[in-house]
Design a protein around this ligand. Structure first.
Ligand SMILES: [Zn+2]
Length: 503
């Protein structure tokens, strides 16, 4: 009979995650040039053996209490995910290196592959945008896809070696979910928002960019979403203070939260997008920003700030599993909750001094962008379920182009079929978080009014639900608030109402 010391396992798991997050923090904050995750995996590779996976899965079956069973199911996922990642760690580092080194030629100038997204989002000339996009796609196809093909093939093989018919089935087991149910809900969303999307997004794209939906491609959305005309409200100089002031009104004083380490310094290799690294929960949380201004920059800051506050307010006496592991739809939901303050006209006029009619237009634009993302994620889930069905990778590029293109009604490049894929069905966390957040907001509105974010009482409520870390999944949090689990109707109805009333 195989045996493991579970206390030691938990401690090692916690140290592994801490070191990994510290490494990500140092690299993406521009404080350390290389990103050496393979090293950390090597040091902790004993965590991810097939024997451990079998033992933990077995212990879960015979757990003495619901609490113990939950902790073991979170550990099963940790071990399973780590196990298959561990087998491809060198490949992952090689893909990262190749991507970091790749460059394209734009009008005689060498531009890094990773910087293409920033260029596209800021390029007003469609012909130039298309050109950058085409060149970027060439690099994806020739430089990255051969390695990504190997990567996904090895992930699929690992799932089979663990005794599952497919990568999909492995993750349904690890997450304890039936993905078909979520797919069904999202099919409903696609159907119920099709007309409103075509009309409102189609018109706004035509009016703002002078492009018809029929002649548009994915990269045009990046420019649409950049929405530079609102830059005068979203200035980089005020980003950090607006975030702090917003939280202060709810009763969170960042000056008195030493466990949130605010990294706002300018560094050459620092990630242009805000991010949060949870090295210790709740003791050492990095909130990293390099303000550049613009509505998307503010959104990213509030989103990451939501993660930071959630984990910073997590009760330190909780078991390791509930602080570091669990269902990420929970933390994504809290992140969306702060991010979506930008869809509140009173927040926009109160904090950013937008005139009421501008705020109304911005809310309309922001809800349409959100609908675009929801339709894209509905399609991503549908596609990823096919990609990971256990029948190989051949011909999946055309399916990707078709499914994504049909949902957002813009042209997608088939070459992105291996790159535009979320690890371990992370897309389901975002989708469930959007649904969770819509219900949470419904509760906040009923309990504290539309200006909930300006009330200490709402802050105290958040402090309480945040203190549970990820012990409870979204369904359990919602049932405490008298909902019957996740219900997509709140999300769909709210979006339809917001978009049609702003017309
Ligand atoms: Zn997030």
């Amino acid at each position: 009979m195989l045996n493991i010391n579970m206390e030691k396992y938990r401690l090692d798991a916690q140290n592994f995650l801490s070191e990994l997050d510290k490494e990500y923090y140092l690299h993406y904050a521009g404080l350390k040039e290389d990103l050496n995750t393979a090293n950390i995996y090597n040091r902790y590779s004993s965590l991810f053996s097939k024997d451990n996976f079998k033992v933990i899965t077995g212990l879960k079956k015979s757990a003495g209490s619901d609490n113990e069973a939950k902790k073991l199911s979170y550990l099963t996922r940790f071990c399973g995910e780590g196990l298959i990642e561990n087998c491809a760690k060198e490949l992952v580092d090689r893909i990262g290196e190749n991507e970091a080194k790749a460059a394209i030629d734009i009008e005689g100038r060498q531009v890094s592959y990773r910087y293409c997204d920033v260029l596209i989002a800021n390029e007003p000339d469609k012909a130039k945008r298309d050109l950058i996009d085409d060149k970027r796609t060439e690099v994806t196809k020739n430089t990255l896809n051969p390695l990504l093909y190997q990567y996904w093939e090895s992930m699929h093989n690992q799932a089979k070696e663990l005794g599952f018919p497919s990568y999909r089935k492995l993750f349904e087991f690890l997450k304890g979910q039936d993905f078909s149910l979520l797919e069904g809900s999202m099919d409903g969303l696609l159907e119920q928002t099709e007309d409103i999307y075509m009309e409102h997004f189609g018109n706004l794209l035509q009016n703002e960019l002078g492009i018809s939906l029929q002649n548009s491609r994915r990269s045009d959305f990046a420019y649409f979403r950049r929405a530079a005309k609102y830059d005068k409200y979203f200035k980089k100089e005020i980003l950090v203070s607006i975030f702090k002031d917003t939280l202060f009104q709810m009763g969170f004083d960042l000056e008195r939260q030493p466990n949130i380490i605010f990294d706002v310094g300018e560094r050459k290799n620092k990630s242009p997008r805000a991010f949060c690294a949870t090295v210790k929960v709740p003791g050492e949380i990095y909130l990293v920003v390099m303000p550049k201004g613009g509505q998307d920059d503010f959104e990213a800051m509030f989103h990451e700030g939501g993660h930071a506050e959630h984990f910073a307010n997590t009760d330190e006496n909780l078991d390791f599993e509930f602080k570091f592991l669990g269902d990420n739809a929970v933390t994504e939901g809290y992140a969306f909750m702060l991010e979506h303050l930008m869809q509140s006209a009173s927040w926009l006029s109160g904090f950013l001094k937008m005139a009421p009619d501008t705020a109304k237009k911005f809310v309309y634009f922001s809800n349409i962008s959100k609908l675009w993302f929801l339709r894209r994620y509905a399609a991503k889930l549908k596609y990823e379920l096919i990609l990971h069905d256990g029948k190989g990778l051949a011909g999946r590029d055309e399916i990707y182009r078709q499914i994504l293109g049909d949902a957002v009604m813009m042209r997608y490049s088939p070459e992105d079929y291996l790159k535009d894929v979320d690890e371990g069905f992370y897309c389901t966390n975002y989708i469930r978080a959007w649904i969770f957040e819509a219900q949470l907001k419904d509760y906040l509105h009923r309990k504290f009014g539309y200006e909930w974010f300006a009330q200490k009482k709402a802050g105290s409520f958040l402090k309480e639900i945040w203190s549970y870390g990820q012990k409870y999944g979204p369904e359990e949090v919602l049932s405490q608030l008298d909902f019957k689990g996740l219900d997509i109707a709140y999300l769909v109805e709210n979006l339809k109402e917001q978009i049609s009333k702003s017309d």
